[in-house]
Design a protein around this ligand. Structure first.
Ligand code: GBH
Length: 462
């Protein structure tokens, strides 16, 4: 497939991403405490086939092999998450040194391979002990998170430059506390809105803690959606506003504009009672960011649907339609690269103070063909190719994008979908833990290599 170089400016960061619970395994080793995902995945009926992250990719023991794969890929940076319950088994109080030691070893291994670590402090694995005290519904969890962030930053901050406080707080708050498809599996109204607020507050406390130890680049990874209305009827346009509020503005308004979303009442009615908010919170939440991380997979189209009673915070009278007429990944997601460009350009137009952007996740789940020891994943190669070009188009339109992390380095535990979805550019055989680079791994490696040699040549000639 032709690539059309140079796609990206010199200094653009290429990376790959993973998350702790999805790859580490070793769920009860070296003093790690249980997280809400251990509880959830061990509860019958919650995940596909009863899958758990007990072993996952066994990355906790195999990290040197995985770092070698990253080195072979030639990435500048690797995004991984620190598991809070490894570092603080109860989410507060005593530190588990052995847990911190693991990330210490991982960071050193990365640096020795010439790869910059990019750390996510929270990728959904809340210590169960904190859930038992109310979890993200209660304010103290945000304060405990700030303290935890400080601990990790103190230990790794001399070697880690790039930090993300939270990954996709939408999922933590709304998939976890309203849809109930993620841990802790709750279906609530005001509780989920309180969770969203406390996640934002947790982010703000963590930014403060990171700044206190001199962290260089601080951001957050959001799954912002490109949302379109199914028609231009007044009802569908109103549904679009509600969906924008739920999916995007809950996060972008406080983080980037210093205010709460304007359409809360239309979206949630009396569920959004604001009881969880205090004066001064917006100031903590809105602390300036060095970058905004965006995870992008697919666009969403919404239509109005009748809603007699508001039950949970995701019941906002909106139903998704799929007018795209494109192929779907095995997640059932339509493949629409132009929506990636549109999301980024739209954000830039809306938020004048938009900080530089990193794409912190992008990729696709596909049914790979395994043939004589090699893995063919032409659909993933085409997905990545088209999305990188769509990203380039956004940059040409003036969006300041500094880097791109492919999701994911490895096939891994895809949350409620268990091991049925393969997002890796490296295949994992869960029986043997054997890793096999796919065609997409080689394609991405070659893309990074030609990017580098192109810019090196240009420098030679000037
Ligand atoms: C991101 O979530 C995550 O950051 C990452 O951990 C994940 O592996 C990746 O994208 C791919 O999904 O159908 O019941 O399983 C993206 C948002 C939220 C998408 C939950 C799938 C559906 C729940 N994800 N979700 S279910």
């Amino acid at each position: 497939m032709t690539t059309g170089f140079p796609l990206f400016p010199p200094g653009f960061t290429f990376g790959a991403a993973t998350a702790g619970y999805q790859i580490e395994g070793a769920y009860d080793e070296d003093g790690r405490g249980p997280s809400i995902w251990d509880t959830f995945s061990h509860t019958p009926g919650r995940t596909a086939g009863g899958a758990t992250g007990d072993t996952a990719c066994d990355h906790y023991h195999r990290y040197p092999e995985d770092v070698a794969l990253l080195r072979g890929l030639g990435v500048d940076s690797y995004r991984f998450s620190v598991a809070w319950p490894r570092v603080q088994p109860d989410g507060r109080g005593p530190v588990n040194e052995k847990g911190l030691d693991f990330y210490d070893r991982l960071v050193d291994e990365l640096l020795a391979a010439g790869i910059s670590p990019a750390v996510t402090l929270y990728h959904w694995d809340l210590p169960q002990a904190l859930e038992d005290r109310g979890g993200w519904r209660v304010r103290e969890t945000a304060e405990f998170f700030g303290a935890y962030a400080g601990l990790v930053a103190e230990r790794l901050g001399d070697r880690v430059g790039r930090w993300m406080t939270l990954n996709e707080p939408y999922c933590s708050a709304f998939v976890g506390y309203a849809e109930g498809r993620h841990a802790p599996g709750a279906r609530e109204g005001t509780g989920a809105l309180a969770a969203a607020h406390h996640l934002l507050l947790a982010h703000g406390h963590a930014v403060r803690a990171l700044r206190a130890v001199g962290a260089r680049e601080v951001g957050i990874a959001l799954n912002l959606d490109r949302i379109e209305a199914a028609s231009d009827s007044a009802a569908d346009l109103a549904a679009l506003r509600r969906a924008e509020t739920l999916h995007n503005e809950v996060w972008t308004e406080p983080l980037l504009a210093g205010r709460y979303p304007q359409d809360e009442a239309a979206t949630w009615g009396e569920l959004a009672d604001g009881s969880y908010r205090r004066d001064g919170d917006l100031g903590i939440i809105g602390a300036p960011l060095d970058f905004l991380g965006i995870n992008f997979y697919r666009p969403v189209t919404v239509a109005d649907t009748a809603l007699p009673i508001r039950r949970t915070a995701v019941d906002i009278g909106v139903r998704e339609t799929d007018p795209y007429g494109t192929r779907h990944t095995t997640m059932g997601w339509p493949v629409v690269p132009r929506s990636f460009t549109e999301l980024l350009v739209g954000l830039r137009d809306r938020y004048l103070a938009l900080p530089p952007v990193f794409i912190t996740e992008n990729g696709s789940a596909e049914a790979d063909t395994v043939e004589a020891g090699t893995v063919h994943d032409a659909e993933r190669v085409s997905y990545l190719h088209d999305h990188l070009h769509a990203l380039r188009a956004a940059m040409e339109a003036g969006v300041d994008v500094r880097g791109y992390y492919v999701w994911s380095l490895l096939d891994n535990f895809e949350w409620a979908r268990g091991y049925t979805q393969r997002f890796g550019i490296v295949r994992v055989d869960y029986g043997t833990q054997q890793r096999t680079p796919k065609d997409s791994y080689r394609w991405y490696r070659d893309l990074i290599a030609s990017h580098r040699s192109h810019h090196a040549r240009k420098q030679d000639h000037s």
